[in-house]
Design a protein around this ligand. Structure first.
Ligand code: AMP
Length: 479
């Protein structure tokens, strides 16, 4: 099986686009899926965000659609030929951006539709005609009902992050959408895991699929250097800043367990001079996209996020992930640290463990199937004296319970510096999987190791245009 894109017989406009994006060797999912999709077979792929699966389906689809390429201005000459369905707006947006880049040297058109924003610009784009339509299910149904999207010429459908779509409750929407598509088509299904529900979905809608598995679920990327530090709540911010400084980290994701904690921490860090933004479920879609692009553009150093808000975001090469709070679900630990050490890069994952987290750490140990050593941090300077801030007073006035994490803002006499173990901070070398020292290569027999942990996509807010007929509404409040 070829490992270099140049070994594939991709048309020149596509291979040029790939070269312009700087891709050289194929990722394992690409090496395995592209030749199969080029043959027109159905695929059931176990692959997570970050494995390069977008190119794995987009490139061969575009290649096969090139026969329809034309420069006519008539919408009738540009019917939807490929439909890519994703569970969240962020994922849809990311995939659509990649598809646009792959297709930029061709006359194939692509568009994305998702909820939470005005339908009109999407309608105009659909009416002009697009060959590749990337969509979230709810908004797509809105467009189908409004007769903006006609799907009777679809030849390819991709169900991406299918497990997440089922989790969110999109199955009825998917069934409806699939009922509008021609029976004669190629169907590609990607999912982090092959649960019984996913298998049932595949049995119903895929024909004799080729199964491709490149990522084992619940396995943390072996390129990630993981540390668990024993840090009391009131020392966590100081610990975070020290590690950022000591390691010379340019950017990091900081995960917290609650929306409130997320906003507070981001505000505190910002006040203390760190360039920080928060990403949580209470932010509008527009604010979230802005926060994301500011982080991607390097304008923001720390992105403080909740699990739900961060799911499925394609932010690659983040040098470090901090678990400011130990996640309540061990699986979220794997998802969080999957943000770093992506695509064969090495990464750092730091988890702050305080007194009450013992059970949560035990859960992570069980999931990772290895013993977790708690390390101590030796602070290298006296921590800064905090200020009482107005925001904090405002929360108090609003009747909220104070967060022990805000103790740095308390006057010094209220704080007590806990005794620190006399151990020096020493970063153990990361255990490297030799796989990551080699260029991407896939053999027919090989089940490639996980590149990264699975990334659960964010549950999106229900658009005004989408009737809340599922358990979605409940999910959005569950953060
Ligand atoms: P995906 O899993 O498709 O979301 O891809 C994760 C990230 O890896 C994206 O930012 C891609 O641009 C990048 N990527 C995908 N394929 C390759 C490749 N063959 N070489 C380098 N980077 C890649």
């Amino acid at each position: 099986m070829p490992s270099s894109f140049s070994n594939l017989s991709l048309a020149e406009p596509l291979s040029r686009a790939v070269a312009e994006m700087g891709y050289e060797s194929m990722t394992p999912i690409q090496a395995q899926a592209i030749p199969v999709v080029l043959q027109g077979r159905d695929v059931m792929g176990a692959a997570q965000t970050g494995t390069g699966k977008t190119a794995a389906f987009a490139l061969p689809l575009l290649q096969r659609l090139l026969k329809h390429e034309n420069t006519s201005t008539s919408p009738a000459r540009h019917p939807v030929r490929a439909l890519v369905l994703l569970p969240t707006r962020e994922l849809a947006d990311q995939v659509a951006q990649q598809v646009k880049l792959f297709a930029k040297n061709t006359n194939l058109r692509s568009a994305v539709v998702f909820g939470g924003i005005d339908m009109k610009p999407q309608t105009l784009e659909l009416k002009r005609g697009v060959e590749v339509l990337v969509a979230t299910p709810g908004r797509l149904l809105d467009h189908i009902e409004a007769k903006n999207a006609v799907l009777n010429q679809v030849e390819y459908v991709v169900l991406d992050e299918a497990d997440r779509m089922l989790d969110i409750g999109f199955l009825p929407d998917l069934q409806r959408i699939l009922s509008y598509l021609p029976k004669q088509r190629t169907t590609l299904l990607f999912s982090a895991t092959f649960s019984p529900e996913i298998k049932r979905l595949a049995n119903s809608y895929l024909q004799d699929p080729v199964t491709i598995e490149v990522a084992r679920p619940n396995e943390a990327a072996s390129t990630v250097e993981q540390h668990f530090y024993s840090v009391p709540d009131e020392e966590k911010r100081h610990a975070l800043k020290q590690i950022v400084r000591q390691r010379g980290l340019k950017q990091a994701f900081v995960f917290v367990n609650s929306k409130l904690g997320c906003a507070r921490l981001a505000r505190s860090l910002e006040r203390e001079g760190m360039n920080t933004t928060a990403l949580h479920g209470d932010k509008s879609q527009d604010e979230r996209l802005k926060a994301l692009s500011a982080f991607k553009a390097g304008e923001v150093d720390l992105l403080v996020a909740t699990d739900v808000a961060a799911r499925g975001l394609d932010i690659k090469d983040v040098p470090a992930v901090f678990n400011f709070d130990v996640p309540f679900n061990a699986e979220d630990y794997v998802h969080r640290i999957g943000r770093t050490g992506r695509a064969g890069q090495s990464g750092l994952a730091v988890t702050f463990v305080s007194g009450n987290d013992v059970r949560l750490v035990a859960d992570i140990e069980k999931l990772l199937k290895r013993k977790i050593e708690l390390e101590a941090i030796e602070f290298d300077e006296d921590k800064p004296r905090g200020r009482i801030n107005d925001g904090r007073r405002a929360w108090r006035e609003a009747g909220e319970v104070g967060d022990p994490r805000d103790a740095l803002d308390a006057p010094p006499r209220e704080r007590e510096r806990p005794a620190r173990p006399p151990r020096e901070y020493r970063a153990p070398a990361a255990a490297r999987d030799p796989f990551f020292d080699q260029p991407y290569e896939a053999s027919a027999a090989e089940v490639a190791p996980a590149w990264e942990a699975s990334a659960k996509p964010a549950a999106s807010r229900v658009s005004a245009n989408i009737k809340t007929k599922r358990k979605v509404a409940a999910l959005f409040k569950s953060e």
